[in-house]
Design a protein around this ligand. Sequence first.
Ligand code: G3P
Ligand code: MG
Length: 250
Amino acid sequence: MWPYPKIVAHRGGGSLAPENTLAAMQCGLNYGFKAVEFDVMLSKDGIPVLMHDPDFGRTIAGTGSVATTLARDLFQMDAGSWFDSRFADVHVPSYEDVFSFCQAHQIWMNVEIKPVPGFEQETGHTVARLTQELFRKTGEEAIPPLFSSFSLEALMSAKDAAPEIARGYLLDEFDPGWRETLDSLSAVALHTNQKYLTPVWAKEIKNAGFGLFCYTVNAPARGREILQWGVDGFCTDRIDLIGADFAEDS
Ligand code: G3P
Ligand code: MG
């Protein structure tokens, strides 16, 4: 039901490095994490890059947006200074580079497909096809990633393009149609906000045979609690407090 790691570094290095960058992946690895979650979006020219926000202003200084910027320009942009001046030479990475880094270090990936509104199908399709190609290129030792998305359309498109790559459906709050949606996607797991999970719902998800993954757990006590409810895994920003070997009885 969940043949994946239990504890996952959120956005690469959680709160210890600039999110969704190669520096973040390295940080997670330095803390012993062999499992990461990160967000993937398309540039203006349709290249998958790591980014959470569609608009600049938070992790990229200034105004502008990912969907109106060419990938080659994004790759020059400072994606680290907002976090700390030590990271001023950290740029927006391509999905391809991060995929290669993770495979080279045997890091499992939860690839969150994060489409800019209006580009749901294109993003799902492009990320899925590129993943398929990169996975084949990596060879026999390649670790299969898991896709997830809040966008049903993007995940459906990923399913059509690369049905063999497993999918988890992301839901913020409870949705009574969750099971139908998972079935329509042939999804292996539900990914949900730990804030709104209840023991009853957790049990239903597990009894229905799905994996159950939560975001984002930053307090060890809460981590122990939801693992006791049957949660299979979660991502964390506090990779310094919740280690890769964290368990419900730790
Ligand atoms: O994939 C789990 C989590 O990352 C979803 O929310 O906004 O942090 O991408 P967000
Ligand atoms: Mg995410």
